[in-house]
Design a protein around this ligand. Structure first.
Ligand SMILES: [Zn+2]
Length: 233
């Protein structure tokens, strides 16, 4: 009895630090569930775009640069679950949820790349924004993908311009806003590499396009893109 009391004390104590409610529906998690409950996990609003011949995301970037693979794990606008999860990831410090989703999606897309991947690269935050938020949510998504794809993470892409929020901008304004915002430290090291560039949400693709342009300039061999969510505009 004493041991049991001890266990529940430890459990209660650990729950002070680890969220115990489903990040999607808010109901309490049971033992064995991580971050999202089983019901939410099996009913995630997945795009399935990675498996389609006619991928609706293709025309986001492919008209302007070569992209060998582009897909998102989830729809942003279908129901509240993706929005709740992204809110938890971005503003409530639930970084490990991003990693969990990355692991799930990495398993889905494992065998779909034309060139074996050499590195996963998260879209970086500007140093000032990183200080404000304390972490880069895309990096935790990248960690999960890197783990299930067995590919290392590369941090040579950096953000040199502090940009204002993209949310209320048109596509043209967004492209202008992020033009030249990214640089690559030691571009020689990326030459000939097959890259999986990752971010949390793709809307118009302006940010990923700017990163992609820097990567192609560094002489990469293949550009692939995966985001947690697709918010169609
Ligand atoms: Zn749930």
């Amino acid at each position: 009895m004493k041991i049991l009391a001890g266990i529940s004390y430890i459990k209660a104590f650990s729950r002070l630090f680890y969220p115990v409610n489903c990040a999607s529906c808010g109901l309490a998690l049971v033992d064995g569930e991580k971050h999202i409950c089983t019901i939410c996990q099996v009913s995630l609003p997945v795009t399935g775009y990675h498996g389609l011949k006619e991928n609706p995301m293709d025309n986001l970037l492919k008209l302007r640069m070569r992209v060998d693979f582009i897909s998102s794990f989830l729809f942003y606008d279908q129901g509240l679950s993706t929005q709740n999860m992204l809110h938890a990831i971005k503003y409530k410090g639930n970084k490990m949820l991003a990693t969990h989703l990355g692991e799930l999606y990495g398993n889905d897309i494992k065998n779909l790349f034309n060139h074996p991947l050499d590195a996963v690269i998260p879209v970086p935050l500007h140093a000032r924004k990183l200080r404000q938020r304390g972490y880069n949510q895309s990096e935790y998504w990248a960690n999960g993908l890197a783990k299930s794809l067995s590919v290392p993470i590369d941090h040579s892409l950096i953000r040199v311009n502090y940009t204002t929020t993209q949310t209320k901008k048109t596509r043209t304004e967004r492209i202008k806003n992020v033009e030249g915002a990214f640089k690559i430290q030691q571009p020689d090291l990326l030459k000939g590499k097959s890259i999986l560039l990752v971010d949390d949400v793709i809307t118009t693709g302006a940010t990923l396009e700017s990163c992609g342009a820097s990567l192609w300039n560094a002489g990469i061999r293949s550009l692939n893109i995966a985001t947690i969510a697709f918010a169609a505009k």
